[in-house]
Design a protein around this ligand. Sequence first.
Ligand SMILES: [Zn+2]
Length: 183
Amino acid sequence: MIKKIKSVNAYIKEYFEAHPNQDIEHGKVVDYVFKFIPKARDPWRAVRMLYQRGWLIQVRKGVYRRDPNYKGQDVTALFPNEIREEIFRRDSYRCVVCGNGKHNGYEIHADHIKPQAKGGTSTLENGQTLCSEHNLIKKRYGVIEFLGKYCRSMIERAIQYKDAITEKMFREILAVLKRYKAD
Ligand SMILES: [Zn+2]
């Protein structure tokens, strides 16, 4: 008979369920998973996913808690269909960064300006249209990096249109970003 191997997720859940309402740090859970699956790939990422799906509470950075009575909102959930459509319509079905969109065959996504994991809501005000590429860039980079790329692409476009005022504005924003990035 083949012994069924539990998944990384199952071990993580098992650990948190054995320690309800306790603040659990990174190392403890990861060590627990590695005890059973020495070659587990990035178990900490799996912990973060459980938090994003509303299964865990984030106490502070790197510390999570399982409250059996808590049912958080799934922050990976999408915008409701009608809100997504409103976002697209407001942005004319174009990526707000590069302008590609439905009209020239690019796939568009509704993006949460303030990420859900940081409390951003699925509202029209917190939504923007992005193409696949810029959606990915934003997810991969933090907000400052994303805004930096956005400013640089806007500066390029402003130069192209000889639009000195817009160019100046984005250069100023870029300077502000640089100030906050330095740490
Ligand atoms: Zn784009």
